[in-house]
Design a protein around this ligand. Structure first.
Ligand SMILES: *[C@@H]1O[C@H](CO)[C@@H](O)[C@H](O)[C@H]1NC(C)=O
Ligand SMILES: *[C@@H]1O[C@H](CO)[C@@H](O)[C@H](O)[C@H]1NC(C)=O
Ligand SMILES: *[C@@H]1O[C@H](CO)[C@@H](O)[C@H](O)[C@H]1NC(C)=O
Ligand SMILES: *[C@@H]1O[C@H](CO)[C@@H](O)[C@H](O)[C@H]1NC(C)=O
Ligand SMILES: *[C@@H]1O[C@H](CO)[C@@H](O)[C@H](O)[C@H]1NC(C)=O
Ligand SMILES: *[C@@H]1O[C@H](CO)[C@@H](O)[C@H](O)[C@H]1NC(C)=O
Ligand SMILES: *[C@@H]1O[C@H](CO)[C@@H](O)[C@H](O)[C@H]1NC(C)=O
Length: 300
């Protein structure tokens, strides 16, 4: 027994530690438009050697998107002078009317699936959210969010609690409150986010006075109200809720101009198609950037 515990103890510690690691946003960025840049306000900027350098910088600065101008496109900057890595606190959503043609730039975003995020609200450097006014119980709210490509919103920071609370203010209900991603259904008192991070890992609390109420073991789910406070309530109660979108790659693959090995393809029709595509790729590779921009945008 003792020896078993001896072996288990380090494991338990690692487990506990692991659950308290900061929810580091290892955000991935995807090129969703070539030859375009976003005119959303720039949050940070620098000269980057290459796109991976710019991606790293964008992640460090808590950007959600960036414009990048590869060094080899210096000819297309038409004498304009700028830093080639421009980090944006919010990505393009809805109809992307703030994307403008600029042959010197490409646009990258952590939220590539415009279709699912088109009605969302951006909180700068944090993410994309949707307040759903339809009242649902906690489990139905989770399913609803997941169908949107989202989950209930994480509120485990003062900034998140305050900014998300502001999104609740316009609710039409007289009692302005919405479910967020914090619950202790599994272990009483051990509130967790949808990512599994324990509330204990964060020094921040926004409980309303007396919450979570002792002795109310069924009050396992958390609502955030317009006064920036959390209340534990019974998960069966129907309330509006806030979804937080997952970062996602583009729904449709971005046109990637790379030649494929067509020899492996047996189907004659598909082989011809592949060869034709390769020809197109070569044409693209041999083209000037301006012609490349025209080609790419024909495909978008
Ligand atoms: C990109 O730039 C960084 C920073 O200068 C450098 O360390 C890295 O090797 C470069 N990566 C590529 C793929 O060129
Ligand atoms: C860019 O400009 C330089 C001279 O300024 C020229 O030698 C080079 O061929 C140009 N590159 C492209 C891709 O047009
Ligand atoms: C795009 O959205 C903006 C702001 O919501 C609107 O003014 C504009 O008319 C829209 N453009 C298109 C093409 O739908
Ligand atoms: C966008 O969403 C609509 C409905 O939400 C769906 O019918 C359509 O197929 C989606 N388009 C893409 C490109 O995913
Ligand atoms: C966004 O809102 C419009 C208008 O209310 C609606 O038609 C569309 O289905 C919504 N899209 C998503 C992905 O929720
Ligand atoms: C929420 O409602 C659904 C039916 O719409 C039910 O199956 C589920 O058990 C309910 N969840 C809770 C936590 O009450
Ligand atoms: C592209 O250029 C290469 C040589 O640089 C040439 O062999 C090839 O035929 C060209 N392809 C097209 C489609 O122009």
């Amino acid at each position: 027994m003792q020896s078993a515990l001896f072996f288990l103890y380090p494991l338990l510690c690692i487990h506990a530690l692991h659950r308290c690691l900061p929810e580091k946003k290892n955000l991935k960025f995807y090129k969703t438009r070539s030859c375009y840049k976003s005119t959303i306000p720039i949050m940070s900027w620098k000269n980057a050697n290459n796109v991976s350098d710019c991606m790293k910088f964008a992640a460090e600065k808590n950007g959600l998107a960036f414009n990048f101008s590869p060094n080899e496109l210096k000819n297309y900057t038409q004498g304009r002078w700028f830093r080639n890595c421009q980090v944006l606190g919010c990505p393009e959503i809805r109809n992307s009317s703030t994307l403008v043609f600029d042959a010197a730039f490409d646009y990258y975003t952590a939220f590539g699936d415009f279709n699912s995020t088109q009605n969302s609200t951006c909180i700068k450097s944090v993410g994309l959210f949707s307040v759903i006014e339809t009242k649902m119980n906690y489990t139905d709210a989770i399913y609803f969010c997941q169908n949107l490509g989202a989950d209930l919103a994480n509120v485990l920071s003062e900034f998140r609690t305050n900014t998300l609370s502001a999104l609740i203010k316009p609710l039409k209900n007289w009692y302005k409150a919405a479910y967020v991603g914090l619950e202790d259904m599994d272990v009483e008192g051990a509130f967790r986010t949808p990512m599994g991070t324990l509330m204990e890992c964060s020094g921040f609390r926004a409980w309303a006075v007396g919450h979570p109420r002792p002795g109310r073991k069924k009050e396992d789910c958390v609502i955030l109200d317009a006064d920036k406070t959390w209340r534990a309530i019974n998960c069966r109660i129907k309330r509006p809720f806030i979804c937080e979108f997952y970062p996602t790659p583009p729904a449709l693959p971005v046109v990637e101009f790379a030649t494929k090995d067509c020899d492996k393809i047996k189907n004659k029709k598909k082989k011809r198609q592949c060869l034709n595509n390769n020809e197109l790729v070569q044409l693209y590779m041999n083209s000037s950037r301006m012609d490349q921009c025209a080609l790419v945008n024909d495909f978008d």
